[in-house]
Ligand binder design. Structure first.
Ligand code: MOS
Length: 734
């Protein structure tokens, strides 16, 4: 359906174009924004998890130094609730007296300085009418809901497949709640001019934020502008318009002053979502020679009382292996907890842990090498639709990764490998990752000084969007990279896709390509009827772009420069727009393959002390065309560190009595530090993907997936102990 412009798999490791701005502190993050007459807001959070606000006394706060206003549900303006089918905002804050989680905003103070605002916030007195909170997934009073997104899959007959099996596995796995914790504290600066609202925000999706803010405040969307040129990390925390964003805009509107609200780290734990906990059951059936006859995977994930999060833990299972009898089901249970939300590789991170652990268990029951078991069940075509994959190099991932790791030297028996007092274990996992496909738009301009300006209202959450889109724009326009500026993070630019779901590079890259091609067409239109131009009468497919010029294919001398054409027509610049929308699989006769991967891990376990060290990680990734080797490698390394965190450390602990998060600081919520992070080898394999004309797949999330299973499988190989609960802490290992 499409042609690949430059079918080289791995592009040059160009440095980040925004790197110097970031390391010198010149890059403006939302909490760096200052405006004339700026005032500051500090929220007050509920200290019960369920119930109602009984009495609220704001008088001491109102008379505190510097305070301009205090808003509670008693005096806040009524705002519109905006449900969305996906990634909608929580209900607007301060609308009634109902409390559904510990940490819910119950008031906001506006003052001349941030210190005055937070000091006054502590002087607000609230009497609660508490109810008994639902905090336990097994609480029979808690509402359980079916999959609202219709992604449950059933094919064949699982009961028959299990009955026909020579060997079966039936095991349950649990994963903990995790909190995204981008380093940059989320911040909002909101300013009104009549009905026009400008918001600087830590968002991964400015275009969506703009639409939602317009609806919540019932103002025209055309007057709302969202700016997010730099965001200090996301990992999913910036996918929604969270209540603190509304608080800032509400306070600005009511006080008539621009308002800045910067969350504290404890507020980040309750205010911008977190990964739900899961309990998963996996049943597998297989023949003696290792062919899967049945896969049954059910997940129960935590969900907040008002939440609309959907955690697709089992969806990937349905397409991961060639198996005739499959049933996967995602269920959720509503609890009095802060909003659960997507966190890097939502659902697949947890679901892959259960499935790939169960396959490891099956391999031991069968006496078949874990890698060989996966090869015997490789899904050569997309199992649900029977369509060919748009690309799939998973076999190559296994082969190249195993060779680099030295998998063939692994002793088969658990406990068979030692290094002094340490038990050594080798484990692996396969990954079939799926990505979000959404429409996107972009705009490209070439100016009479020979430079280009390309833009879209997306964000770069540290993934490298500025850089790879500069590379792509330069390629599509035939300009040197230093002649191209790619800009983003402003909703005055064309509608941008979400920086999430590993889908931005494909969607935006395709839109940038379309804009650049339309721009070249616009130049060709200018000279179409010019008998003096060597490009007269040319269509886009007749020409090539290089060195700031358009020339006839195969004839570099028959061309004109952009600047020459502009000058001849007395123009200062020329602009074109482009859009992208993913095709339907049925229309193009193939299934959109996300990235694939094979993860190989070596662990060391001290059985006396319960110490667990990840010693080596080899990751072989099929990410389609890799635009920038350096940045893509960084994505996989960063994801791998996140995977080590999920496997060994990260656990958002809710106090069972009160619903308060007990470890809501970076001192108490453990993440990997340098000493926990081993040598990580990343290899890219495969071909440019066929589903989009740029040939890319997303690599933003796959780096995290598979690590926890590979580590747990390696722990079993080292010790003979099967750990089915994350994180794998010392107490679980001893
Ligand atoms: Mo990611 S959880 O899609 O930001």
């Amino acid at each position: 359906m499409t042609t690949i412009e430059r079918p080289r798999l791995v592009g040059a490791g160009v440095d980040r174009v925004d790197g110097p701005l970031k390391v010198t502190g010149a890059a403006p993050y939302p909490n760096d924004v200052s405006l004339p007459d700026l005032v500051y807001a500090a929220p007050v959070r509920a200290t019960i998890a369920a119930g109602r606000i009984g009495r609220i006394d704001t008088s001491a706060a109102e008379s505190a130094p510097g305070v301009l206003a205090v808003f509670t549900h008693l005096n806040a303006p009524r705002l519109e609730r905006v449900p969305e089918p996906m990634l909608g905002p929580p209900p607007p804050p301060l609308q009634d007296d109902r409390i559904t989680y510990y940490g819910q905003y119950v008031a906001v103070v506006v003052a001349g300085t941030a210190e005055q605002a937070s000091a006054a916030a502590r002087r607000i007195e609230i009497g609660y009418e508490p109810a008994e909170p639902l905090l336990d997934m097994n609480d029979p009073r808690a509402e359980r809901i079916e999959n609202p997104f219709g992604t449950d899959v059933s094919r064949g007959d699982v009961a028959a497949g299990l009955a026909d099996a020579d060997v079966t596995i039936d095991a349950s796995y649990t994963t903990a709640e995790n909190t995204n914790n981008p380093l940059g504290l989320f911040a909002t600066v909101a300013a009104w001019d009549g009905d026009a609202l400008t918001v600087h925000d830590s968002t991964q999706w400015p275009s969506r934020a703009r639409a939602i803010l317009a609806k919540v405040f019932r103002v025209p969307e055309s007057g709302v502008r969202v700016l997010a040129p730099y965001v200090g990390g996301g990992f999913g925390a910036g996918l929604r318009v969270w209540p603190h964003v509304i608080l800032a805009a509400l306070a600005a509107r009511e006080t008539g002053r621009p308002v800045k609200l910067v969350l504290t780290r404890p507020e980040m734990f309750t205010g911008v979502g977190h990964r739900p906990a899961t309990v998963q059951r996996v049943r597998l059936g297989a023949t003696r020679d290792g062919r899967l006859t049945a896969i049954d995977h059910e997940s129960l994930a935590t969900l907040s009382i008002d939440g609309d999060n959907f955690e697709p833990c089992t969806a990937g299972t349905a397409s991961a292996y060639a198996c005739p009898n499959v049933s996967v089901r995602d269920r959720q249970v509503r609890l009095n907890i802060p909003w659960t939300n997507s966190m890097r590789a939502p659902g697949e991170a947890q679901g892959n842990f259960a499935l790939e652990s169960a396959l490891d268990e099956l391999s031991y029951e069968l006496g078949i090498d874990p890698l060989e078991l996966r090869l015997r069940n490789h899904a050569d075509s997309y199992p649900q639709l029977g369509l060919p994959w748009s690309s799939k190099a998973l076999r190559e991932c296994y082969a190249v990764g195993a060779a680099r790791f030295g998998w063939s030297r692994r002793g088969a028996e658990p406990g068979s490998m030692r290094d002094g007092d340490w038990l050594v274990g080798h484990g692996m996992a396969g990954v079939s990752f799926f990505w979000l496909q959404e429409p996107c738009a972009a705009r490209a301009t070439v100016r009479d000084d020979g430079t280009a300006y390309v833009r879209s209202a997306v964000t770069d959450i540290g993934t490298g969007t500025y850089t790879v889109m500069t590379q792509l724009s330069a390629e599509f326009l035939g300009l040197r990279q230093d002649r191209v500026t790619f800009d983003l993070g402003d909703t005055d630019m064309p509608m941008g896709v979400v920086a999430g779901g590993s889908g931005l590079t494909a969607a935006l890259g395709t839109a940038v390509r379309a804009a650049c091609r339309d721009l070249v067409r616009a130049f060709l239109d200018l000279v179409r009827d010019d008998p003096g131009s060597p490009l007269a009468g040319c269509d886009i497919d007749d020409v090539t772009v290089a060195d700031g010029r358009i020339h006839r294919k195969g004839a570099p001398e028959l061309g004109e420069s952009y600047t020459g054409i502009l000058a001849a027509h007395e123009l200062t610049e020329l602009t074109a727009d482009g859009e992208s929308a993913p095709p339907r699989p049925e229309d193009v006769g193939m299934a959109p393959a996300g990235a694939f991967g094979a993860r190989f891990v070596e662990v060391r376990v001290d059985p006396d002390l319960g110490l667990l060290r990840v010693a080596r990680v080899v990751s072989a990734i099929d990410g389609g065309r890799i635009l920038n080797e350096k940045l893509a490698t960084s994505q996989i390394i960063g994801g791998t560190v996140g995977g080590i965190g999920m496997a060994l450390f990260e656990d958002t602990v809710t106090d069972a009595g009160t619903g308060r998060i007990a470890n809501a600081t970076l001192g108490d919520y453990l993440v990997p530090v340098n000493a926990d992070v081993p040598d990580m080898d990343v290899i890219f394999v495969g071909d440019p993907d066929r589903y989009n004309p740029v040939g890319v797949k997303g690599v933003g999330e796959i780096g995290l997936v598979g690590l926890s299973a590979a580590i747990a499988n390696a722990v079993h190989h080292a010790t003979g102990r099967r750990i089915r609960s994350l994180p794998i802490t010392i107490d679980r290992l001893l």
